[in-house]
Design a protein. Structure first.
Length: 445
């Protein structure tokens, strides 16, 4: 594994694919400092993430690197800190708030359409950059009751700089040692990006605290601030201001990157699949009749949801998941010592011919069995993780993805530029197209 470090850093998903192709679905790496086990079976993955999750923590170099940016947010925390934060945040993600999420998402989609309209017909724009900015707006309005449009560009760039450094550290054998603490250029970039995130989240908090904060305010930011003792009704705080900051940064990163990644890859796949496009457009025409999608349309958009589910299979946001075993265990008959670094990759599981017929084919029909959510019951389908650490915003992300796609394509088609090459997948915190993704939206009527 040490000799493979350059290959890991260059293209982690490709390295994972070569590893299981050569060595099988359970691969043990005899590292000098800690044992490492790559688990690429549905039963093994579910065992680690779900059935015996209490034996596995996030005390890994990957989450340790991410915590340099997000602190003790939900993505990186463990134990009582994670449980306390999850209890605080969970009410903001209840289904009662989905209708407001839908309205904010459609509004952001209309702004995204307007940005596409500002270029000449058939002229491509960088879909990834445009969608990233749009999702920052959605996160601001749905989670923080704040308009982040003015800060959108800075936030997108800060998140990208920070996550690039996170991945560089997470895939480097030197990051965990003394060399990882040297004041290098990458460390300075990380600090600069984190400083931008700190300034932005501090401004969000200041704006919210400039108004009365009551127990009836439903947005997530208000819930966090009340937990930190900032509400009008006196209460003992159970979160610190630093913890509030950590959750805000976590939600800015996870809240916009997950959906943006999903939509970018969905549009890319659609642009190369005329048959899928035609079936999608038929559903959109029947359900929407050219009008903006609304909350009440979502249950009828079954094929649209299947398109999103299939894109998430091929390009899962959580493309790799790591855990540390706190005690000995057995996974698929393999003895796992305490302290083992366990790697589970939805990228591998979702593309395995053992679980998916013709796995590299884009086929939304796989998810049309029992309606939306059918994929959640497939043992090899883990786009948002599994078990208690399942992404808290999964339902929000799926709703936003469906509405964004329906809004953009209700009367338009997506096209790749002539001669465009297949995008190179860049594995950061989520999967992104290296150097962006040029696409054009053209009228269908």
């Amino acid at each position: 594994m040490i000799t493979g470090v350059p290959a890991i850093m260059r293209n982690p998903p490709a390295w994972l694919e070569r590893t299981v192709a050569r060595h099988g679905d359970l691969v043990a790496f005899p590292m000098p400092s800690t044992p490492v086990l790559l688990v690429n079976t549905p039963a093994g993955a579910r065992h680690v993430l779900q059935r015996n999750h209490r034996n596995y923590t996030k005390a890994t170099i990957q989450y340790g690197s991410l915590s340099l940016v997000t602190g003790s947010g939900l993505l990186t925390s463990d134990g009582e800190v994670w449980r306390r934060h999850r209890r605080t945040l969970q009410p903001a993600f209840h289904h009662g708030g989905l209708e407001q999420v839908a309205a904010s998402t459609v509004e952001a989609a209309e702004q995204l359409r307007a940005a596409w309209d500002q270029v000449p017909a058939y002229t491509p724009i960088d879909a990834e950059a445009a969608i990233m900015r749009a999702m920052i707006t959605v996160v601001g309005k749905t989670l923080f009751a704040d308009d982040l449009a003015d800060a959108g560009e800075d936030l997108v760039h800060a998140v990208e700089r920070a996550t690039r450094q996170v991945i560089a550290r997470a895939t480097s054998p030197l990051a965990a040692g003394p060399l990882g603490r040297l004041p290098t250029r990458s460390a300075r970039r990380m600090r600069s990006a984190v400083a931008t995130l700190d300034r932005t989240t501090a401004a969000i908090v200041d704006r919210r605290l400039s108004q009365p904060l009551t127990s009836s305010d439903p947005d997530l930011l208000s819930m966090l601030l009340r937990a930190a003792g900032h509400g009008q009704e006196p209460q003992e705080p159970w979160m610190s201001d630093q913890e509030v900051r950590d959750e805000l940064v976590t939600l800015v990163i996870a809240g916009h990157e997950t959906v943006a990644s999903s939509l970018v890859w969905t549009l890319h796949l659609l642009a190369g699949s005329p048959g899928v496009q035609e079936r999608l457009y038929a559903e959109l025409d029947q359900v929407l009749a050219g009008e903006r999608p609304q909350w009440q349309h979502v249950p009828q958009l079954t094929y649209t949801r299947a398109v999103i589910d299939e894109a998430l299979r091929l390009f899962p946001p959580a493309w790799v998941i790591t855990r540390r075993s706190s005690g000995p265990d057995t996974i698929d008959g393999v003895e796992v010592p305490a302290g083992t670094l366990v790697i589970v990759s939805p990228w591998l599981l979702h593309r395995s011919a053992k679980s998916w017929p013709d796995p590299l084919r884009f086929d939304p029909g796989r998810f049309l069995g029992a309606g939306p959510g059918e994929g959640d019951r497939h043992p090899s389908y883990l786009p948002f993780g599994a078990g208690p650490r399942l992404c808290i915003g999964r339902d929000f992300a799926l709703l936003e993805s469906v509405l964004l796609l329906a809004s953009l394509l209700r009367d338009r088609a997506v096209r790749r530029p002539a001669g465009a090459r297949e995008p190179v997948v860049e594995a950061l915190v989520t999967l992104r197209p290296k150097n962006g993704l040029p696409l054009a939206l053209i009228p269908r009527r």
